[in-house]
Design a binder for this molecule. Structure first.
Ligand SMILES: Nc1nc2c(ncn2[C@@H]2O[C@H](COP(=O)(O)OP(=O)(O)O)[C@@H](O)[C@H]2O)c(=O)[nH]1
Ligand SMILES: [Mg+2]
Length: 281
């Protein structure tokens, strides 16, 4: 077979890249890629971090419990690419929730101003059920210098009316799917009025694990270019981590049967494949 004329140049570049990887990892350990989760109290910031990164941050069903910026350093093992089998550090920051108490807000906003500069990506968590968005708009106006780094995460969509989540498949019911679409459009429009750049928003449920993988991918895609290739190697996270055994078996059987169909559907996750409404969003 005829070799690509660029082959030698490419393999030389790859060799050079391999030589510098240990140095890059050392550097990354000193300044890990950093993701901060912020938003109003009770939206599910700590729960989301725990589900995404298997951490054990305290969460509460009743009163606010995150009082300081809490930093978690995580080691992710790359499963593909040039960094295969290397450990790459990632820093995740959990923030106290805004709006908890009028007396605390100025202090918390000061903490946000001081800490958010060190984040590569800021995940602004919203509660899908909450239609009152004025508090978020107000805080966003005070945090303008961070707008370009923000990804909006619309959590708790398992609780969207009429509350008939499809537990068996872990997906929204048809009625919920319609409502989620309306909610996404509404929240994006309202946030656009205080944010100049495009509003990126991912709907998900940290409780059921639904679309957590999509949220993870969106966060990674929002990392500045100089760190993107490192993040692209971080693929050790899958929806399957949050799927009941029974359903996994059913899906595996189904996947075996429709191997050909899978090929035609490209990179789509199994969840996208089984969800007939996904493409209409
Ligand atoms: N139903 C449902 N409840 C959630 C979800 N995410 C978080 N919660 C609940 O929301 C409450 C507040 O969560 P927490 O993570 O402490 O919120 P934080 O104040 O933003 O850190 C807890 O009772 C969580 O169990 C979700 O996706 N669905
Ligand atoms: Mg919390």
């Amino acid at each position: 077979m005829k070799k690509n004329p660029n082959y030698r140049v490419m393999s030389q570049e790859l060799k050079e890249l391999r030589d510098v990887i240990p140095t890059i990892i050392e550097e990354l350990k000193k300044h890990p890629p950093t993701i901060g989760l912020i938003g109003v109290s009770g939206v599910g910031k700590s729960s989301t971090i725990n589900r995404l990164f298997k951490t054990d941050l305290p969460t509460s069903d009743t009163v606010a419990c995150t009082k300081e910026f809490e930093q978690k350093d995580i080691e992710l093992t790359c499963t593909q690419g040039e960094l295969k089998n290397s450990s790459v550090p990632l820093r995740v920051i959990d923030a106290p929730g805004l709006g908890e108490d009028i007396k605390l807000d100025p202090k918390y906003l000061r903490m946000y101003q001081e800490n958010l500069g060190s984040c590569d990506v800021i995940v602004w968590v919203l509660n899908g059920r909450n239609r009152a968005i004025a508090l978020d708009q107000m805080y966003l106006q005070q945090l303008q210098k961070f707008h370009t780094k923000i990804v909006f995460a619309l959590n708790q969509i398992d609780l969207i009316e009429p509350l008939n989540w499809n537990i068996e498949l872990n997906i929204p019911s048809q009625e919920q799917e319609k409502n989620i679409k309306v909610i996404l459009e509404d929240r994006k429009k309202k946030l656009s009025s205080v944010i100049k750049n495009d509003v990126k928003m991912v709907e998900y449920s940290s409780k059921t694990g639904y679309r957590l993988e999509e949220l993870f991918k969106t966060i990674i895609d929002s990392v500045p270019k100089e760190k993107t290739w490192i993040f692209n190697s971080l693929k050790n996270f899958s929806y399957r981590d949050y799927t009941p055994e029974v359903l996994l078996r059913v899906l595996d059987e189904r996947d075996k049967k429709s191997l050909k169909q899978q090929d035609e559907s490209g990179d789509k996750s199994w969840l996208e494949r089984i969800n007939p409404f996904r493409n209409n969003l």
